[in-house]
Design a protein around this ligand. Structure first.
Ligand code: BLA
Length: 757
């Protein structure tokens, strides 16, 4: 929205806009208005110029009915026409009205019924005896549309419209005036006499065409002021005798324009004007404004032809406006679907929006973007600092209801933004949910707007006569305004792209929230079970186990000499059982302790935990004479060092434990891939039947009996859990008798980075 100051917030203007302009009871004097009672068409009100036109005074007119002043042969035809609801069938009608005596004057007569049901007949002097043939409009419209088809730019298009309208009507100046969202407007096409100064590209404040006037234009599409200097005439009597109220003249042709507007036209040097509304989807899009230096009358038919031209051609304009941005829109569509793809493939949608070749900035051609999700900021490009953004989001949350809010001048509504006008004068704010936002920013671009006269002094209000009188500015001389704190405007296609993205995000966030709720439930349950088990294991089990262990040892010490060999073996088995049980408990505890919540992710040189593991395994390594080769340049990654040590220790001790008859050879490597590090631990041990390659990572799964290979079957389950904590993957490639290679990955940016499959 363009928020150029147009004094719109002025109390006088607001008061003026509440005053009706449709029931002043004043008529332009070039025609006559008759208000008729149905069905006998008795004259209830008449404009006071009746004497000048018919030679009959208004008082006398009120004693007559239409029959008395028309040529009698017409009356029957009119009465039939008036029985229809749709009066278009008899409009316009050539009407021969009797002047005093037997003289007749010819009028174009147009009937309409107003909102109160009054029948109103307006008589305008007929300038031609014949109707302008409809076909000639058609040809005209078709010729201009053919031309239009060849132009693609909206501007050229509008230029053709003003050319055509000027050709048909002969006005000195014809302009196409387009409203902005804040109701100020600009002349975007002009065709004129050469010596007149140009109004092209001049802006005019919203107060030049106040609200009640704009409202009127939506129902009355075409308005003519043939002589801006003509003295208006009143209706007689002023109030309608049936309702005892002023007459509603909204759809009248002859209604005299408000004095303020007439003064405006005088100040502009305009002698006559014709104005055609351009309506799009029920909203006033713009106007075709025609000016003539001297008085000028345009017949009903010609006005209708212009209205027709306006409507037909304008429907092309709206299409054109849509297609003008076609290529850009297609590009934004592509970016939008790219973002949605990236979002749905990421574990968290924010990375999907930020971390790829196509990112949030592409969607609106913004210079900066920021996502606030669950209190965390992710920034992209040029943005205000996080601290400022926190305040901004709070302000948005408290003041803005729209799901997608745009401004090209944030500082004008949120003064704190002045400090960072160079990054965020323009803002698009998309609310996802409570306090979660995606924001786009554009820097200030200092612009010059050319106004037709000083917009800050567009009018004067005068209260001296007891009621409010508004007068327009006297000078329309070029008034240049430098507009600061404003960015380039956001295009509708960009805003639409943001709205589309919002739908996708809301869907993803909602779906993720559902999935997460389920998952969290499951996880919480199993974590809780595990923790409970670990607790039981460490306390409840440990104690009786110590008991057993102590008593068995006591038995051996006290009665050792009295026991036979079998009894000693049994004690040995009991001690072994207890030790195994102890390891099991330790392993389960170790497993339950691998928990992302308590992990400490820090920059870790992989070699350090690996060397610790080797130290811990020193005895087994030297016993087995294992040869361990480690790649020279192992990377530094974001990881929990203790967990990494445990991981290497488990993998290495397996490689040694399950060694074949050959001397164990183990090779450790790391390789950088696009988004992650790929580690491998390769051995020449007994290998694993591929069908079991997945099972081995499951808790308590063993492929061998404890007699063959000792252990709890927890080691690889712990490894898997550690890697999952790091958002990586672990797997094994192996064949029986051919050794195994264990692979695991860790994302380059650590756990915060997405897992990519
Ligand atoms: C009406 N003001 C209008 C109309 C136009 C403009 C086109 C409609 C005229 C019609 O219906 O015949 C303004 N005309 C322009 C502009 C250009 C132009 C911007 O040619 C640019 C080239 N006008 C003022 C102020 C007030 C005001 C200060 O300048 C009052 C606050 C009022 N304008 C005003 C009113 C009408 C009007 C009341 C309606 C006139 C009527 O139909 O009674």
């Amino acid at each position: 929205m363009n928020t150029i100051n147009t004094a719109l917030d002025n109390a006088d203007l607001l008061a003026f806009e509440r005053k009706p302009i449709h029931n002043s009871g004043k008529i332009q004097p070039y025609g006559v208005v008759l208000v008729l009672q149905e069905p006998d068409l008795k004259i209830l009100q008449v404009s006071t110029n009746s004497y000048a036109v018919f030679g009959i005074s208004p008082e006398e007119m009120l004693e007559k009915s239409l029959e008395d002043i028309l040529d009698p042969f017409q009356i029957e035809k009119l009465e039939m026409g008036l029985q229809q609801d749709n009066l278009d069938f008899i409009n316009p009608t050539k009407i021969w009205a009797r002047k005093h005596g037997d003289d007749y004057v010819i009028f174009d007569g147009v009937f309409h019924r107003n909102t109160e049901g009054n029948l109103i007949l307006e008589l305008e002097p007929a300038t031609s005896q014949e109707n302008i043939p409809f076909l000639s409009f058609y040809h005209l419209a078709r010729a201009s549309i053919n031309q239009l088809q060849e132009t693609s730019r909206l501007r050229d298009f509008c230029q053709i419209i003003v050319q055509e309208v000027r050709k048909v009507t002969g006005f000195d100046r014809v302009m196409l005036y387009k409203f902005d969202e804040d109701n100020h407007g600009a002349v975007i096409a002009e065709e004129k006499l050469d010596h007149l100064e140009s109004y092209l590209d001049l802006h005019y404040p919203a107060s030049d065409i106040p609200k009640q006037a704009r409202k009127l234009f939506s129902s009355n599409w075409i308005r003519i002021i043939p002589d801006t200097k003509a003295e208006p005439v009143a209706l007689y009597p002023l109030n309608n005798p049936i309702s005892d109220r002023p007459l509603d003249l909204t759809n009248s042709i002859l209604r005299s324009p408000s004095a303020c507007h007439l003064e405006y036209l005088h100040n502009m040097g305009v002698g006559a004007s014709l104005t055609i509304s351009l309506i799009e989807d029920g909203k006033l899009w713009g106007l075709i404004a025609c000016h003539h230096l001297t008085p000028k009358y345009v017949s009903y038919e010609l006005r209708k032809a212009c209205e027709f031209l306006g409507r037909v051609i304008f429907s092309e304009i709206s299409n054109r406006e849509e297609t003008e941005d076609y290529d850009y829109r297609m590009k934004l569509n592509y970016f939008g679907s790219q973002l949605v793809d990236d979002m749905s493939q990421s574990d968290d949608f924010v990375s999907g929006l930020i971390k790829h070749d196509t990112n949030l900035l592409n969607l609106t051609s913004a210079r900066g973007a920021a996502v606030c999700y669950n209190g965390n900021w992710t920034l992209l490009g040029e943005t205000p600092a996080e601290e400022e953004l926190n305040f901004l989001v709070k302000w948005l949350y408290q003041n803005i209801d729209e799901e997608v809010f745009t401004t090209d001048s944030l500082a004008k509504i949120y003064p704190d933004a002045d400090q960072y006008k160079n990054t965020a004068s323009g803002l698009v704010a998309m609310a996802i949910s409570r306090r979660n936002y995606v924001l786009w920013f554009r820097p200030e671009v200092i612009q010059t707007v050319n106004w037709g006269g000083d917009p800050h002094n567009a009018y004067q209000a005068d209260h001296s006569q007891g009621n409010l009188k508004m007068s327009p500015r006297k000078s329309f001389e070029l008034w240049k305004e430098t507009v600061r704190l404003t960015s380039l405007p956001w295009k509708q296609v960009e805003v639409n792209a943001v709205k589309e993205l919002r739908k996708a995000i809301v869907n993803i966030v909602l779906r993720k929230a559902d999935e997460l709720a389920l998952l969290t439930n499951d996880l919480q349950r199993s974590n809780a079970e595990l923790k409970r088990f670990a607790y039981v294991a460490s306390h409840d089990l440990q104690e009786p186990l110590n008991h057993v262990s102590n008593y068995v040892q006591l038995l051996e010490m006290r009665y050792g000499e009295r026991l036979d060999e079998d009894a000693k073996d049994f004690i040995g088995f009991a001690v072994e059982g207890v030790t195994l049980m102890q390891t099991l408990i330790d392993d389960v505890l170790a497993y339950s302790k691998v928990d992302s919540q308590v992990s400490q992710f820090e920059l870790t040189e992989v070699r350090t935990p690996l060397e610790q593991a080797l130290t811990n395994l020193q005895r087994r390594i030297s016993e087995s004479q294992a040869v361990i080769t480690i790649q020279d340049n192992l990377p530094t990654i974001m990881a929990d060092q203790t967990q990494l040590m445990q991981l290497f220790q488990n993998l290495l001790s397996n490689a040694i434990k399950f060694r074949s008859s050959a001397v164990p050879e183990i090779e450790i490597k790391a390789e950088r891939q696009e988004y992650e590090w790929l580690f491998s631990v390769k051995d020449n041990a007994i290998g694993i039947d591929p069908q079991f390659c997945e099972r081995i990572f499951i808790i308590f799964q063993r492929l061998h009996t404890r007699d063959e290979y000792p252990g709890t079957g927890m080691g690889l389950a712990i490894c898997k859990k550690i890697i999952e904590c790091h958002r990586g993957r672990i797997w094994v490639e192996s064949e029986l008798g051919k050794g195994s290679t264990f692979y695991f990955t860790i994302p380059v940016g650590g756990r915060e980075r997405d897992r990519r499959n």
